[in-house]
Design a protein around this ligand. Sequence first.
Ligand code: SF4
Length: 398
Amino acid sequence: MPENADLQPVLDRAAAGGRITPDEALELYRSAPLHALGAAADAARRLRYAGTEHIATYIIERNINYTNVCVTACRFCAFYAPPKSDKGWTRDLDDILRRCAETVELGGTQIMFQGGHHPDYGVEYYEEHFSAIKERFPQLVIHSLGASEVEHMARISKVSVEEAISRIHAAGLDSFAGAGAELLPERARRAIAPLKESGERWLEIMETAHRLGVESTSTMLMGTGETNAERIEHLRMIRDVQDRTGGFRAFIPYTYQPENNHLKGQTQATQFEYLRMIAIARLFLDNVAHIQGSWLTTGKEIGQLSLHYGADDLGSVMLEENVVSSAGAKHRSNRLELLHLIRTAGRVPAQRSTTYEHLVVHDDPAHDPVDDKVVSHLSSTAIEGGTAHPELKLVDAD
Ligand code: SF4
C-alpha cells in the first residue's frame, strides 16, 4: 500500500489496464513508492501480454551514420559538426552498402539511418540511398529518421512533408525511428534544441506519417533539466496523437549523456527517475504496445530492472553506434550477454523483428548461438574522413 493511500486506487486502475489522467500520472510519478509503481506497471505489462508475459524481446540492428554535418546545433548533442567545420564528415554510398552487408552477414534485421541535418540533403538524397539499400538488401528493414529530418529535407527540396514522406516511403523507408522527439513541451525543448521544430510540429509530422501508412516509435530524452510536469506532458502529447492514429509502436525513454556537449552535464536523470519513467509510461500510455528499457544509456543492471517496471523489450545489440557514445554512453554488449541478462532477470529472451514478431525464442540455453560475432561496437566522431574505424571491419567489403 503506498504511503499516500489515495494513490492505491489509481495504481489499481492503471494496473488493470484502466486509463489515468495526466494529473494522476504526475502524482504517481512524484509520490508513489518506487516498488508499488513498478509492481503496478509490471501487472499492466503481464495483463497486456497474457500468454507471452514470460518473454522479453531484443533486436539485432545497426545504426548507420551517414553524416555528422548539421545546421541545427542542439545543445545536448555531442555528435554534430557545423557546416564547414573540419570535423564534419559524410559517408559515401559504397561505405553505407558495405555496412548493410555486414549487418546482414551478422544476422541483423534492421538499420537505423541516422545523421545530422545536412544543408544539402533533400528528399532526393534519401530516395537515392534507401532505394539503393533496398535493391541490394531487400531483407533489411529501414527503420530510420524522424519528424525533424522530414521537416528539414522537405524544406531543402521545397516540397510538403506529405510529399517528402510519401517519396522516401516509396523509395524504401519502412518506418520512422522517432528521432528528434527529445522533449516535446515547448519550454524544455527550446532550452536544449532551440533551432528544432516545435514539439507540436514534431507530432503533427508523425501524425501525417501514420496517416500515410508509415508507423513509428516514440522517444523521450530525459535529464536535461526538464521538470516532472514536463515529462508527463510529453507523455500526454504522445498519448493524444496515439488515440487518433495508433501509429506509435513503442515508447523508448533514454537518458541524456553528459560529455562533449554544450549542456556540459549540468543536469542528469537518476536511475530511479528513469525506472519511474518506464513504469509511468507503461501505466499512462495504455494505447502504446511496447515499452523499451534502454540499457545502452542507463547500464545493464538498470536495463534488467526495467523488465520488472513495465518494459517488455530490451532494445538491441547495436552492431554500430556513434551518437550517444559520443556523449559518454559506454555500455556495450553482445548477443550472448544480452540473452544472459534477460534470463537472469527472469524472462525468456526472444529476438524480434522491427514490428515485434518473435523471430527466435531462446527457450533452451543449450541451443544458444556459439562463436557469436554479434557484438555492439562503439566508435566515435573521430572517424576521420568518414573512413570506418578498424574494429568495425567485421567482414570483407565484398
Ligand atoms: S541531435 Fe540531430 S539535429 Fe540536433 S545537433 Fe545533433 S545531429 Fe543535429
